[in-house]
Design a binder for this molecule. Structure first.
Ligand SMILES: *Cc1c(COP(=O)(O)O)cnc(C)c1O
Length: 307
């Protein structure tokens, strides 16, 4: 039995009015650990568990780490999460609440990840946050659910970090013959690794992540995500942090769900009636969620103003 839940698919009146077209939301913010990540990570953890993995190890202090911790607790498998010193108190508390062992190491994710990798024994399973076919297969289940509900949108809007969500949604859309419908792939300024790859004609590594949307903060997209840009229509859109943050506030008021700016970035396209949506009568937005930013934090970032 999968670890994730089937999530609601709703037509949003406030977002539809703002966008001037029908906006459907796949509410993956309602997964128990707070983001879509549980779909793919739950799928991977179940597969490793079936093969007898004694421990799950990951290096994400964000939603991927939370999903691994949740999956481990549900499956009865111990979890080790090595996180960098930059990890927020909120994320640390959430990881500990799921019963994971948390080790803080290094100034950046690279150092935390190196230690995590060095601790992977022969009976352990290392769980990558986005670059794994098992993850993509799990993420694709959200499209299966949309198809089951009978919706065929003109386009799908989603946020891009390392590109795992993009790979999963593209895979699900292919499975159901939706290759004709474009994917609108949204990033924030300072975390735009997909836009940089498209500009360069190949995946490139960003020097630094400067966006508050830390869940989009992969410096380089995975190779499969790049391949999808060669195989189907993917339109890249980059929005400022402040636009993503404003969307978080409006979404909380409209739908009473708090999401990270990583998700607000996608919602902002509807709120701002972005021209990328103009060709489509109906649009599906993946409300990917995110549990690591409190409302206080979102308001502190907003108060900082444009950088
Ligand atoms: C991980 C994450 C993303 C980006 O997903 P990728 O698979 O890394 O592209 C977007 N939003 C939220 C809330 C996330 O946790």
């Amino acid at each position: 039995m999968p670890l994730h839940v089937d999530t609601p698919l709703i037509e949003s009146r406030p977002l539809s009015l703002a966008a001037g077209r029908r906006i459907w939301l796949k509410l993956d913010a309602l997964q128990p650990p707070g983001s879509f990540k549980l779909r793919g990570i739950g799928r991977a953890c179940e597969a490793h568990h079936a093969r007898g993995a004694a421990r799950f190890i990951t290096s994400s202090g964000g939603n991927a780490g939370l999903a691994v911790a949740y999956a481990g607790r549900r499956l009865g498998v111990p979890v080790l999460v090595v996180v960098p010193e930059t990890t927020t108190e909120t994320a640390m508390a959430l990881l500990q609440r799921e019963g994971a062992e948390v080790v803080v190491h290094g100034a950046s994710w690279q150092e935390a990840n190196a230690l995590a990798q060095s601790k992977v024994g022969s009976s352990d399973a290392y769980i990558h946050p986005f670059d794994d076919p098992l993850l993509w297969d799990g993420h694709a289940s959200m499209i299966d659910e949309v198809v089951g509900a009978g919706l065929v949108p003109g386009a799908v809007v989603l946020s891009v970090g390392g590109g795992g969500l993009l790979c999963g949604v593209a895979e699900g859309m292919r499975r159901h013959g939706w290759d004709h419908a474009p994917i609108v792939a949204v990033e924030t300024d300072g975390a735009a690794s997909l836009a940089a790859a498209l500009g360069a004609g190949q995946p490139v590594t960003l020097d630094a992540i400067t966006s508050v949307a830390t869940s989009l903060g992969a410096k380089r997209i995975c190779d499969r995500a790049w391949q999808w840009t060669r195989e189907r229509a993917i339109q890249s859109v980059v929005v400022p942090d402040q636009t993503a943050l404003a969307a978080c506030e409006r979404f909380l008021a409209d739908h009473r769900i708090l999401v990270e700016p990583a998700c607000g970035a996608s919602l902002a396209l509807a709120y701002d009636a972005h021209e990328a949506l103009a060709p489509f009568a109906s649009v599906l937005i993946i409300a990917c969620g995110g549990a690591t930013a409190s409302l206080d934090q979102i308001r502190r970032w907003s108060a900082r103003g444009p950088s």
